[in-house]
Design a binder for this molecule. Sequence first.
Ligand code: HEM
Length: 436
Amino acid sequence: MEQMSGSRSWPGGGSTLAYVRDPQALFDRQWDQFGPVSRISFLGKPWALLLGPDACEAVLTNREKAFASGPGWIKAAGPFFGRGLMFLDFAEHLLHRRIMQQAFTRDRLEGYTAGMQSTIASGINGWEASPDFRAYPALKQLTLDVAAEIFMGGAEHTSPDDMDRINRAFIDCLQAATGIVRTDVPFTRWHKGVRGRAVLEEFMRGYLPSRRASEGDDMFSILCHIETDDGERFSDDDVINHMVFLMMAAHDTSTITLSTMMQYLGQHPEWQQRLREEAAHLGDAPTLAELNALTSFDLVMKECLRLVAPVPVLARKTVKATSVLGVHIPADHFAIVAPHFSHYMTEFWTNPSDFDPERFAEPRLEHKSHRHAWDPFGGGVHKCLGMFFAGGEVASVLHHLLRRFEWTVDPDYQVPMNYHSLPFPNDGQPMSLRRL
Ligand code: HEM
């Protein structure tokens, strides 16, 4: 069996800075030099870097159960979202996922989508048209408001200032992940992350008694009550851990997806108009079924998730020695899977840097060129549980936007993307926004 080749230079900074600056350039270099399975030095440790859909498939289908998610993500993202579903493995993960699936049934998803319409409509109504509108912070505030409504049942007794504090705590937890100092030392990002996690737990714990007692249809109350056919339920700590993780998993990913969609629709007005016309028959309270029937919305969302994968890499750690595509990976070794790289491979995509939503439509169906060519939601047992929720939220926001505004973005604009945590535009995503 082949041994892994690549960089041995650890525990120095290794490829961490190169990743933060430009992950695609780093992946291209590794692929050209070493192929689909190589070694990089990342966050002071050697990692196996697994590139391309075949390597993705091997890890995500995980036939030998050699790859664990929790220890990989704790190393990559820190302990701040620990015990959320993505951090659990094997039998324990299966049990928690079976319980949590009850919160994502078709009926529940219809209910969440219906519940978010008025928050979205009034949030977007409050946007002020401007030739220098910053879409990212506005979208972030909006998705936070939706999360407070749908996940927290309105978070009664929480003032806008307190909600800002909670948002800050999430950001601190997310940004702690790429801190250089990775223990709790005052004034470091890590320390802010530890404090942020404590704030989030205290916030959730404060609501626990009322949500245990409520029969509300918010995610928090639902997590308190759901059980499997065998009567398995979440403990108080489970509910809090899952809530902290879900709020994070749902919030930043939807924000960057919407921000990317606004950018490309601003650069391609013909697509913006096509979407506006496609949804013209819908009012201010579309159902999930109606939103799902908007095929052009779906094509644009798929294309934007390809161009900017909100979760560009997935972290794993081997629990035993294994091999991927004939290359040996030792036990207790960290591994990175990079869907972002697959999304730009010329083997599977025509002119991959171009915005071309029709590539997802008949007869081209480029995403079907390989089962793992398009993996923004991951795959296998950890595949995103919220992907249909996300589809409903993103389409809802876009629909309300298209009814009220039109916008343009400089066709030559390149996003200064920040990869310190999940990707976001450093400049807040500028555009010219006009009320219709
Ligand atoms: C466009 C938006 C989203 C994207 C791109 C996305 C992406 C992902 C990815 C790639 C994973 C797999 C991670 C891995 O295998 O290591 C994942 C897991 C997960 N996501 Fe999402 N996500 C999105 C929105 C959401 C939303 C809205 C929710 C909740 C309402 C959610 C809940 C989850 C959960 C619970 C998991 C863990 C699943 C498990 O480990 O079994 N996600 N997501």
